[in-house]
Ligand binder design. Structure first.
Ligand code: ASP
Ligand code: MG
Length: 425
C-alpha cells in the first residue's frame, strides 16, 4: 500500500487529549499497512492568539516577523504529536515546512508554493517512520526567509505534499463529517455530500463555505489528487472531492441539480453615487480600487436617469478592505466627478452551487421565488455557469440559506450533521 497524507486541523488537536486521540488514529492507519505523512495545524485558536499578541506589541507587525511568529504554532503541534505517537510505540519524526521541502515565493502572509522537494519526508517513511509536517509554512526560494501560506493554509500544504509524494489520497480531518449541503450550524437539516467535483468545491469555498482552503482545491484539481474530507472525531466516511467524471450518483435518483448552498458574512458593499454616464467612468473607479490592491466581487450599475445623466455603481468586497477602498475612491472623487460614496457592511452573500444547473432551466427563478416567500430582499445578483449568488442584508442570511435549502429539496429527514468541536473562530 502507498502513502496516505492526513491533515489534522486546529480543532482536532486543540489540547493534549485531542493530540493523543489523533496520534492513535495515525497509528491505526500505519498499522493498516500505509505509509503515513501527517500535516498538522496549530492547536486550537493558537494562530489567532499569536496574531493578537503581535498586535499588542506593534500596531503594524512587520510581515517577516509575523510569519516567523505564526509558524511557531504549527511547530508546537508537530512536536507534541510526534511525542504522542512515540509514546504509543511507533517512530515519528517532525519536520518544519522548510525541512519538508515546501518552497514558496517571498510574499509573506500569502506565499505561493512554487516547488515541493520532500526528500527527507520520503526517506523518513521509507525507513518506517511516520512523518509529521508543520502546515501552512514554507521557505522563500529567493530570500530564504520563513513564509506562511495564508490563513487555513495547512490544507494546501497537505495537498502539495500528497502530489509531490504521489500519495493515494489526501485526507483532510476537521470537526465536521464532510462537506454538507449547507453550513450545519445554521441549517440543521444539512445533508452530507458523498462526492463532489473540484469545480463545485471551488465555487462553494469561494462563496464562503468554510470547508477547504481555496488554493488547496485548485492545487488538487490541477494534479487530480483526490481529497477525502472527514472528521477526526468519528470513523464515518466523509466527502470525496474528485474530478467531475468521477462524481457518480450512487442511487438511481435523478442527478441533483444543486449540490449545496454557501453563505458568506464577510462582505461589504460600496455604492458610488451620481457617476456621470460617459465612457471611462467605470474604468477610472475600478482602476482606483485595483491600485489599492482590493479584490472586488459583484458589480451592479444602474441605468442612468435621463434627466441628470447620472448613474450609481455598487460593488462588493471583503469587509476588511472597506476602509482602504473608501479612502482610495474618495481621493479620486473630484477627478472622476461622482457625487458621493455609501458604505454598508451589514450585507452578506448566499449562493446556490451545482454542476447540474448549466443544463437545467429555471434555477434562478426557483431560488428567487424561495427568497421572496421568505421575505428576503435581493440587493445584487451574480451568476457563473454552476452558481447563482445574491447579496442580502446580513440579518437575512439564515432565512435565505434555509429557504434555498428547502426550495432545492436538499434537506435530510433526520439530523445528520454533528459539529464535534472548535470555536468557529
Ligand atoms: N494555523 C493556521 C490558521 O489558523 C493554518 C491552518 O489552520 O491551516 O490559519
Ligand atoms: Mg487554524
Amino acid at each position: 500500500m502507498g502513502i496516505v497524507v492526513q491533515k489534522y486541523g486546529g480543532s482536532s488537536v486543540a489540547d493534549a487529549a485531542g493530540v493523543k486521540r489523533v496520534a492513535q488514529r495515525i497509528v491505526n492507519t500505519k498499522k493498516a499497512g500505509h505509509q503515513v505523512v501527517v500535516v498538522v495545524s496549530a492547536m486550537g485558536d493558537t494562530t489567532d492568539e499569536l496574531i493578537d499578541l503581535a498586535n499588542e506589541v506593534s500596531p503594524l507587525p512587520p510581515a517577516r516577523e509575523l510569519d516567523m511568529l505564526l509558524t511557531a504554532g504549527e511547530r508546537i503541534s508537530m512536536a507534541v504529536l510526534a511525542m504522542a505517537i512515540q509514546n504509543l510505540g511507533h517512530e515519528a519524526r517532525s519536520f518544519t515546512g522548510s525541512q519538508a521541502g515546501v518552497i514558496t515565493d517571498a510574499a509573506h502572509g500569502k506565499a505561493k508554493i512554487i516547488d515541493v522537494t520532500p526528500g527527507r519526508i520520503q526517506a523518513a517513511v521509507d525507513e518506517g517512520a511516520i512523518a509529521i509536517v508543520a502546515g501552512f509554512q514554507g521557505v522563500s526560494q529567493t530570500t530564504k526567509d520563513i513564509t506562511t501560506l495564508g490563513r487555513g493554509g495547512s490544507d494546501t500544504t497537505a495537498v502539495a505534499l500528497a502530489v509531490a509524494l504521489k500519495a493515494e489520497v489526501c485526507e483532510i480531518y476537521s470537526d465536521v463529517d464532510g462537506i454538507f449541503t449547507a453550513d450545519p450550524r445554521i441549517e440543521p437539516r444539512a445533508r452530507k455530500v458523498p462526492r463532489i467535483s473540484y469545480e463545485e468545491t471551488l465555487e462553494m469555498a469561494a462563496q464562503g463555505a468554510k470547508i477547504l482552503h481555496l488554493r488547496c482545491v485548485e492545487y488538487a484539481r490541477r494534479y487530480d489528487m483526490p481529497i477525502h474530507v472527514r472528521s477526526s472525531f468519528s470513523e464515518k466516511e466523509g466527502t470525496w472531492v474528485v474530478k467531475a467524471e468521477d462524481v457518480v450518483q450512487e442511487s438511481s435518483m435523478e442527478a441533483a441539480i444543486i449540490t449545496g448552498v454557501a453563505h458568506d458574512r464577510s462582505q461589504a458593499k460600496i455604492t458610488v453615487v451620481g457617476v456621470p454616464d460617459k465612457p471611462g467612468e467605470a474604468a477610472a473607479i475600478f482602476r482606483a480600487v485595483a491600485d489599492a490592491q482590493i479584490n472586488i466581487d459583484m458589480i451592479v450599475q444602474n441605468i442612468s436617469e435621463a434627466k441628470t445623466g447620472l448613474t450609481d455603481i455598487s460593488f462588493t468586497l471583503p469587509q476588511g478592505e472597506g476602509q482602504t477602498a473608501m479612502t482610495a475612491l474618495d481621493r479620486v472623487r473630484e477627478q472622476i466627478g461622482f457625487e458621493s460614496l455609501q458604505y454598508d457592511d451589514s450585507v452578506g452573500k448566499v449562493s446556490v452551487v451545482g454542476a447540474g444547473m448549466s443544463s437545467a432551466p429555471g434555477i434562478s427563478a426557483r431560488f428567487f421565488e424561495a427568497l421572496s416567500e421568505a421575505g428576503v430582499n435581493i440587493e445584487m445578483i451574480s451568476t457563473s455557469e454552476i452558481r447563482v449568488s445574491v447579496v442580502v442584508a446580513e440579518a437575512q442570511i439564515e432565512s435565505a440559506v434555509n429557504a434555498a435549502h428547502a426550495a432545492f429539496e436538499l434537506g435530510s429527514d433526520e439530523i445528520e450533521a454533528v459539529v464535534y468541536g472548535g470555536t468557529g473562530r
